[in-house]
Design a protein around this ligand. Structure first.
Ligand code: COA
Length: 300
């Protein structure tokens, strides 16, 4: 399928597969580097940032087939084999080999994901997922890596991010979402306070992106009538996929609520951002809180 995207959240230890319109296709539990996040060769850490699938290895192998140097050894992993080789880092079933897309961050030189042989790969059933435990790779259940492998073509984008997204009510998330909106809309964009805070927060579903140490870095909301709004990412975090992750989660909430028509008032500079998940402009430009906007609509 065209336009698929993978997002791996290090704090959540999850891998999400989304389609071209942002729709969540699968969410899997994974295990990333026990030593945390990092790009340096020899660090045994999981690299961050934009990547893509460089090569797919292991098509047609049975589940638990052992791979070494990206070739099947002919062995099938069993608990008995594991006892015989207690120090082996088992790479099983399939490999999706990653390459960095950000020169200087995760590509070339001493920070090259591809030359570090960072893979998404199958792992023994006895290995715990949902907690970091690998030597830098992304471990997955064998059935999950087979399912993922069969769906994603080479060059599928893979973002490895250091935030997770929470969804909830204003009572649950307001204390986190409020300060982000205050910073972005009131301080930065000079939206009058009395316009920023309205009666719709209490009845909306909210999403908040949470970075390391529990810090809120972005937010958005979905009204009961299918209106998406208040999308805001802290300035230092823009352009790193936070907005997209928030939007994906709002689309998931809308789909769960059975909403088939979503509407938003986009600041004109952000129209491209919403277009990228299937929103289209409708009607003329108008002013709201002193900022030019367009109405945009997305049908499911
Ligand atoms: N115009 C066009 N495309 C944009 C864009 C913009 N203003 N902002 C992001 N994009 C694209 C990115 O290039 C990216 O595409 P890619 O993955 O193909 O490269 C995609 O949209 C997702 O970008 P992402 O990094 O997730 O966006 P972000 O975290 O910077 O969040 C906003 C986007 C608009 C929420 C953020 O810039 C923001 O908070 N701005 C200030 C508040 C604001 O204006 N809110 C919008 C109210 S309508």
């Amino acid at each position: 399928m065209d336009g698929l995207r993978i997002r791996i959240s290090l704090p959540r230890q999850t891998l999400e597969l989304h389609d071209r319109r942002g729709r969540l296709l699968h969410r899997y539990l994974v295990s990333t580097g026990a030593k945390g996040a990092g790009e340096q060769s020899g660090s045994f850490q999981t690299p961050r940032g934009r990547h893509l699938i460089r090569a797919k290895v292991g098509a047609g192998e049975t589940a638990n087939a052992v791979l070494r140097g990206r070739r099947p050894t002919g062995e099938i992993w069993t608990p008995e084999l594991a006892v015989q080789h207690p120090n082996r880092d088992w790479i099983l079933t399939r490999i999706l080999w990653l390459s960095g897309r950000e020169p200087g961050r995760n590509r070339l030189g001493e920070v090259d994901t591809m030359r570090r042989y960072i893979y998404l790969h199958g792992t023994p059933d006895s290995v715990e997922l949902g907690v970091p435990g690998s030597h830098g790779c992304v471990r997955m259940r064998n059935a999950d890596i087979i399912e993922l492998f069969d769906q994603v073509p080479a060059y599928t984008p893979v973002d490895i991010v250091e935030f997770g997204v929470e969804e909830g009510t204003w009572t649950e998330l307001g204390a986190l979402a409020g300060p982000v909106r205050e910073r972005v809309f009131v301080d930065e964009q000079h939206v009058p306070k009395e316009m920023e805070w309205d009666e719709y927060d209490a009845v909306s579903r909210h999403v908040v992106a949470i970075g390391s140490e529990g810090k809120a870095i972005g937010t958005g909301r979905l009204l009961p009538d299918g209106h998406i709004g208040r999308m805001a990412v802290l300035a230092d975090w823009r352009g790193q996929g936070v907005g997209r992750a928030l939007l994906d989660r709002l689309l998931e909430a809308a789909s769960q609520a059975g909403m088939d028509r979503l509407v938003l008032h986009a600041q004109t500079h952000a129209c491209g951002f919403y277009r990228s998940v299937g929103f289209v402009e409708e009607g003329p430009e108008f002013m709201e809180a002193g900022i030019p906007h367009r109405m945009m609509v997305r049908l499911s």
